[in-house]
Design a protein around this ligand. Structure first.
Ligand code: ZN
Ligand code: ZN
Length: 403
């Protein structure tokens, strides 16, 4: 089985472009071939009217109820950064930022610092605050991950990051059992400023007239709950092919083998063909391969119709490569994790088109993969958590219920 998620590809009609959606405007023979050979429908990835984040949406596509297993983005970022989390850990996603006085933030991204963050992170990681251990690791550019490990922690704390320039917030407990976590988090922020202000990397930046990365702003607190890994839950060996850290982290959390593809950046410059080859290789050794392409979402956030059409055509070439060598027995699903309409420049609650095809699958009258054509198909309107069971049913991988 192969599940292809074109991140944010789903859209709304745009007046200036003939009232078409980018999917309707693009030339995409491979996507249309999948639609022509199978059944299509539209999908509320979480539920009607709910605007999905990429994280909660992917959990739903992997068959989990995000309301049960999702506590915050921190743990997913930590998994993406290859920090193995334990039960009781609280994880945060962080920015290196510029403060100066330790109370205000003047640049939330420290001038999009790209050099020296590993050194800065090493200065913070391994610190002890009371009886709690600090694990800290740099991410791409100004991003980083913080994990607090020790007794009596609770992720229900408010954010430190003010999400704009201005006063740095004090974290507060949102539940009585989170008092300790809030106190330690505030102490960590204070210590990060104390440690980083005098760090050589920042002294050098100061000399060069660059904004210092002299404080860490944590947000998105979460802890890992009990997620039954996909191999146990479905009896499937699963692999994930993705470029972005967030999606890689999600794949790791649900027990997929995450394949590192050189050139798969999660950006507009990603190596589509390398991803196609990687997915094909994984299908030889795994029962379910998940393939995410991030670029359509980026074009949606930019509000750039022409760019989104171009990206869709690149993704289609990748799919053409996949289809060329795809064994005809393999059930393939093509969908999105949410809509990112050009007119909204953010995610929306609009359902996404979905199409599923396999060797002996039913075939409906849908000829094209887009939001409007798919709505007329035989799959009807489903939820994100329905997709994997439908694929398993078509692949004869579902167990009989009853005698
Ligand atoms: Zn997404
Ligand atoms: Zn997005």
């Amino acid at each position: 089985m192969l599940m292809v998620v074109c991140d944010g590809v789903s859209d709304r009609p745009v007046k200036q472009f003939d009232s078409k959606t980018p999917l309707q405007a693009a030339r995409k023979p491979a996507m249309d071939a999948i639609a022509r050979n199978g059944i299509s429908g539209i999908m509320d990835v979480i539920a009607p009217g709910v605007v999905p984040g990429s994280d909660t949406a992917h959990l739903a596509l992997f068959g989990y109820n995000p309301y049960e297993v999702y506590t915050g983005r921190g743990p997913i970022e930590a998994a993406g950064a290859s920090i193995p989390l334990r039960k009781g850990d609280v994880a945060f996603r962080c920015n290196f930022a510029t403060s100066g006085d330790g109370a205000h933030v003047t640049d939330r991204r420290a001038g999009r610092i790209s050099c020296g963050t590993a050194d800065l992170a090493r200065a913070l990681s391994g610190m002890k605050i009371e009886d709690v251990e600090v694990i800290f690791k740099e991410g791409s550019e100004h991003r980083a991950v913080l994990v607090l490990r020790g007794p009596g922690l609770d992720h229900r704390v408010s954010e430190v990051d003010p999400h704009s320039e201005g006063e740095i917030l004090q974290s507060k407990a949102l539940s009585p059992s989170a008092e300790k976590t809030a106190r330690l988090l505030n102490e960590f922020v204070r210590m990060s400023h104390e440690t980083l202000s005098d760090h050589k990397v920042n002294k050098d930046r100061e000399k060069q007239g660059l904004p210092m990365a002299d404080i860490v702003l944590p947000r998105g607190a979460g802890s890992v709950g009990e997620i039954e890994p996909m191999p146990d839950r479905y009896g499937l060996k699963c692999a994930g092919v993705a470029g972005v850290t967030l999606v890689k982290g999600l794949c790791r959390i649900v027990g997929m083998d995450v394949i590192d593809v050189p050139g798969a950046t999660g950006g507009l410059d990603t190596d589509y063909m390398a991803k196609a080859e990687a997915a094909l290789r994984c299908l030889e050794t795994h029962d379910l391969v998940f393939l995410n392409v991030k670029a359509p979402d980026i074009a949606g956030h930019d509000g750039d119709f022409r760019l989104k059409v171009r990206v869709i055509e690149s993704v289609d070439m990748m799919l053409g490569r996949v289809l060329k060598d795809l064994h005809e027995e393999v059930v393939i699903a093509l969908t999105a994790d949410h809509s990112t309409p050009i007119s909204v420049k953010d995610h929306s609650a609009d359902p996404v088109p979905v199409t599923v095809s396999g060797a002996d699958s039913r075939v409906d009258s849908v000829r094209k993969y887009d939001e409007i054509s798919a709505a007329a198909g035989a799959l009807g309107r489903i939820r994100g958590t329905d997709l994997l069971p439908i694929m398993m049913g078509m692949a004869n991988r579902s167990a009989k219920f009853g005698a």
